[in-house]
Design a protein around this ligand. Structure first.
Ligand code: HAM
Length: 431
């Protein structure tokens, strides 16, 4: 009897080879940009102490209350959580390794995050983020630096139609008065509050504004806006930020409803949104989190950063018509019974030059080899067969219609064939 097939966990996706080109393009573009802006990579563990996220993100938030993969390690009783985001972990690492003692830091990271949300298009339980954190900068110059970097990334990836929504959450003191007004407002509409909102009313009323309950949207829409309670210095910060964005011609809209779902933010918050992805329309979110480092036991240090959902960005690239063909190699080498060793040696010469090459493996039937060559997505087949073998002649066959010389097969001595492929491929790459 056939064994039962084991499936992936709901909401946790496999990245299949057909998608690889998109992930590679995203990663190489994002990493190159990070370098251009002077950001260094940091990698932190996927598993952290649960209390890091409770304290960092906030106990009364959707992520901590409803979405964390938390468990007790049965071997030693540690309370652990699969990271739902990476800002808290990066700050923990900076404090633990004293990275901020002498200089500010510009850092980037990428990797899987875990949230137990209801899976749908663009929303997964394991998803991937690319993010950046600038620690030790008061802003707003560095806030703008990150927004410029993001604008550049969208352009590099071929993404259009993204909107930057911006808000200012002020400082903790500004929020006290807003909190009181918010409580009063919701108390006056208690009958419209769902159970969760009732519970959050005195614990963390700002987080009522994150509600996804459609019946409460109108109520939330009319709630007092934080932006109306900003102190002069917070208002001044926002003005400076706007002035700097305008100086670089960055388009944005102020969205006074934007509060983000995590407790660590102050002053700047923003989201890049699109209407091309349905309900999960935010591709990137971030802002300033000056209180976090102290909250996690470090010396008060201003900081700001962002993270984007890579799955959503890739989906948007496709929606915007970015086409990246499936390609296993540049050259697929075909041989016959007499020429396998020659084919392998030829492939090694190409690889010496950095040309990605597959030598056909398995059945040596010509039709089968040609079919595989075509399916591999290679630009060229290099055919070493028949009478030409003894003379070390290689036939180069272009496989893609897009190649200018499509259909023209050329036969050349091995030495020249190597140079010919190198020249053709570097021309294709340059296009
Ligand atoms: P976040 O808004 O929770 O912020 O997540 C950032 C991005 O991750 C979202 O805009 C979205 O694109 C993606 N994302 C979130 N949840 C999911 C999911 N379940 N499935 C797919 N994609 C998802 C943060 O995580 C902050 N740490 C950002 C930050 C960095 N703020 C300052 N520094």
């Amino acid at each position: 009897m056939a064994k039962e097939k084991i499936q992936a966990i709901r909401g946790m996706c496999d990245m299949l080879p057909a998608e690889a080109a998109y992930w590679e393009m995203f990663e190489s573009s994002a990493k190159a940009l990070a370098k251009e802006y002077g950001y260094m990579q940091i990698r932190t563990p996927i598993l952290e102490q649960t209390r890091l996220f409770k304290r960092g993100i906030g106990e009364v938030t959707d992520i901590v209350e409803k979405e964390m993969y938390s468990f007790v390690d049965s071997l030693n009783g540690d309370e652990l959580t699969l990271r739902p985001e990476n800002t808290a972990s990066v700050v923990r690492a900076c404090i633990e390794h004293n990275l901020l003692y002498d200089a500010p830091r510009r850092l980037w990271y990428t990797g899987p995050m875990f949230r137990h949300e209801r899976p749908q298009r663009g929303r997964y339980r394991q998803f991937h983020q690319f993010g950046m954190e600038a620690l030790g900068f008061k802003g707003p110059d560095v806030d703008v630096e990150q927004l410029l970097l993001l604008r550049r990334l969208w352009k590099k990836l071929g993404i259009g139609d993204v909107k930057l929504e911006l808000n200012c959450l002020g400082q903790i003191e500004d929020r006290k008065q807003h909190r009181e007004e918010l409580i009063k407002y919701f108390e006056n509409h208690r009958n419209l509050l769902d159970e969760e909102a009732q519970r959050r009313l005195y614990l963390n009323p700002l987080r009522i504004l994150d509600t996804k309950n459609p019946d409460m949207q109108e109520l939330v829409e009319k709630a007092p806006k934080l932006i109306d309670y900003l102190s002069d210095s917070s208002r001044n910060f926002l003005e400076q930020l706007e002035e700097k964005l305008q100086a670089q011609s960055v388009d944005y809209v102020i969205n006074p409803r934007l509060v983000r779902g995590l407790d660590y933010y102050n002053l700047t918050v923003y989201e890049w949104t699109t209407d091309k992805l349905g309900a999960q329309s935010t591709i990137c979110g971030g802002g300033r989190y000056d209180p976090l480092i102290e909250m996690l036991g470090g010396r008060a240090t201003p900081a700001c950063g962002f993270a984007m959902g890579i799955e959503r960005v890739i989906e948007l690239m496709k929606e915007c018509g970015v086409k990246l063909p499936y390609k296993e190699c540049d050259v697929y080498v075909i041989w016959d019974e007499t020429s396998h060793n020659q084919a392998v040696a030829f492939a090694e010469r190409l690889r010496d030059l950095g040309i990605s090459t597959i030598v056909h493996a398995g059945s040596a039937k010509m039709a089968n080899q040609m079919k595989r060559a075509d399916a591999s997505g290679a630009n060229y087949a290099a055919i070493i067969c028949g009478n030409e073998v003894s003379q070390h002649i290689v036939s180069i066959k272009p496989l893609r219609e897009s190649l200018a010389d499509y259909g023209d097969q050329v036969s050349q001595p091995e030495e020249l064939a190597v140079g010919y492929l190198q020249a053709q491929l570097s021309e294709i790459r340059a296009k």
